[in-house]
Design a protein around this ligand. Structure first.
Ligand SMILES: [Zn+2]
Length: 57
């Protein structure tokens, strides 16, 4: 069985994990106002969905 020759350094370990970060679950960033909103739902802060004004503010 293949076994690593050296212990993975903290630097290499952290470099590998740079794309592995937490984000708010089930939330997307609105393309119009940049606020967090639910996916496939009208944005609560600007009232837009799919680039169209759906709810007047
Ligand atoms: Zn919005």
């Amino acid at each position: 069985m293949a076994v690593p020759k050296r212990k993975t350094s903290k630097k290499v370990k952290n470099q590998r994990r740079t794309h592995k970060k937490l984000h708010a679950p089930g939330m997307v960033i609105c393309e119009n106002c940049g606020e967090y909103s639910k996916p496939h739902h009208v944005c609560k802060s600007c009232g837009q969905y799919n680039g169209k004004q759906v709810v007047e503010q």
